[in-house]
Design a protein around this ligand. Structure first.
Ligand code: KIV
Ligand code: NA
Length: 269
């Protein structure tokens, strides 16, 4: 299948739903490239699932570039969205453009930016107008975790809901090609999806959005840590890995690994 770009994603709205999954390394990206998944997200969640941080606030552009380049090599045939990490866009517009440019030059086909308050609409407009597609990220924006006081569902009150709907419309006006909604009631994401011409994509945002995204480790059941209720585990790779490691360990102790066939031997002369 041919690679999708931002305008192709826009055209999918109302035609069919679309899928996105995170990937952070070459081997995983290679597997995604062999699948039907529409979009890869090199998310700043890598700070947590790949680097072990408590939240995403420590992730830098240089770190994003390492993972992004590896993913690009594994999946040159897939649309790649890269997260703009904390402090890579908030300081000033020049910074935001430079950092978005670095992600694009490293192989991203679009960037994702959290939030909607000043100066996000302006940044969205500038990047879009210079040819960098922007995916907006609203609701539970993990870079605001300290302000939220934890990874909590957003948009529970009528005021919060109105804010998210208003922000979505504003970001669409500024040129965003898609709005990602994280951990919001599905009554809100449904309203946003109906209000916008551009597609929405949800994680913990319920049924009535245009696309869905999950984190690699969550979807495959690799992560032994607690996962949110919105995650559906399509496999339990964690148990396969631990069991494989234990059998490998035991085979070594029993001297049954390696075997004669698995060893190199002197050539007969
Ligand atoms: O970083 C990430 O993985 C994300 C998704 C959870 C949407 O932003
Ligand atoms: Na992210």
């Amino acid at each position: 299948d041919k690679k999708l770009y931002a305008p192709d994603i826009i055209k999918l709205k109302g035609v069919r739903k679309f899928s996105m999954v995170t990937a952070y390394d070459y081997t995983s990206a290679l597997l995604v490239s062999m699948s039907d998944i529409d979009i890869i997200l090199v998310g700043d969640s890598l700070g947590m699932v790949m680097l072990g941080h408590e939240n995403t606030l420590n992730v830098t552009v240089d770190e994003m570039l390492i993972f992004l380049k590896a993913v690009k090599k594994g999946a040159p045939n897939k649309m790649i969205v890269a997260d703009m990490p904390f402090l890579s866009y908030q300081i000033d517009i020049k910074d935001a453009i430079e950092n978005a440019g670095k992600l694009i030059k490293a192989g991203a086909d679009a960037v994702k930016i959290e939030g909607f308050e000043f100066p996000i609409p302006e940044i969205t407009k500038r990047l879009s107008s210079m040819g960098i597609p922007v995916m907006s990220h609203l609701g539970l924006t993990p870079q605001h975790v300290l302000k939220f006081g934890g990874f909590k569902v957003q948009g529970n009150t009528k005021e919060d809901a109105d804010k998210i709907i208003g922000a979505s419309k504003e970001l669409e006006e500024q040129g965003a090609f898609c709005v990602l909604l994280e951990a919001v009631p599905e009554e809100i994401s449904e309203m946003v999806t109906k209000e916008l011409q551009i597609p929405t994509i949800g994680i913990g945002a319920g049924r009535f959005v245009d696309g869905q995204v999950l984190v690699w480790q969550d979807l495959l059941g690799i992560n032994p840590n607690r996962v949110p209720k919105f995650v559906r585990k399509y496999a339990n790779i964690k148990d396969i890995i631990i069991d494989s490691l234990n059998r490998y360990h035991l085979d070594i102790l029993n001297s049954t690994f390696p075997s004669y066939e698995e060893a190199h031997h002197l050539k007969r002369v």
